[in-house]
Design a protein around this ligand. Structure first.
Ligand SMILES: [Zn+2]
Length: 156
């Protein structure tokens, strides 16, 4: 015998209450005494469930896979795996770097609509600062004579 299961309610886009159970979504069908009968949102499906209060009373089988499988997992899913899987994403996943740039730009500029000459001047300063950062990344400091690195070069 299955244990007592509590109902998970969700709100539809139309604002009606739905039951979400085992990956299937149900619309309210009929209310009889203390029971509420729900039917699958897929009108071609015979899937039904019945609730008493906030608990599941019985559930029938569906003629289709659950919502998650249809939309996210299947080969012909609505949202294919490469669209939502970010485990192999290279580079930033957020736009924090852009937000940081805009914050710095707003801090430097005196007001929302600056003089075009002041704006060009600020952009030149930003370009100069970025070139300096790039040059610093490429810079390899010289190793002092007698250091471990210099000794390794002599051996090789
Ligand atoms: Zn169904």
């Amino acid at each position: 015998m299955a244990g007592i299961r509590k109902v998970d309610y969700v709100m539809s886009q139309k604002g009606t209450v739905q039951v979400f159970l085992d990956g299937y979504c149900y619309n309210k069908n009929v209310v009889r005494q203390t029971c509420i009968h729900w039917k699958c949102v897929d009108s071609t499906c015979k899937g039904r469930c019945t609730t008493v209060g906030d608990f599941i009373r019985n559930v029938s089988d569906h003629t289709h896979p659950p919502y998650m499988v249809i939309n996210l997992v299947d080969d012909d899913a609505r949202f294919p795996i490469p669209l939502w899987n970010h485990h192999q994403t290279a580079g930033p996943r957020t736009n924090n770097n852009l937000e940081g740039f805009h914050h710095r730009l707003n801090r430097i500029l005196p007001h929302c609509h600056p003089n075009i000459y002041r704006f060009v001047e600020v952009i030149k300063e930003i370009v100069c600062a970025d070139r300096t950062k790039i040059a610093q990344l490429d810079f390899v400091p010289p190793h002092p004579a007698g250091s471990e690195f210099t000794e390794r070069l002599k051996i090789a």
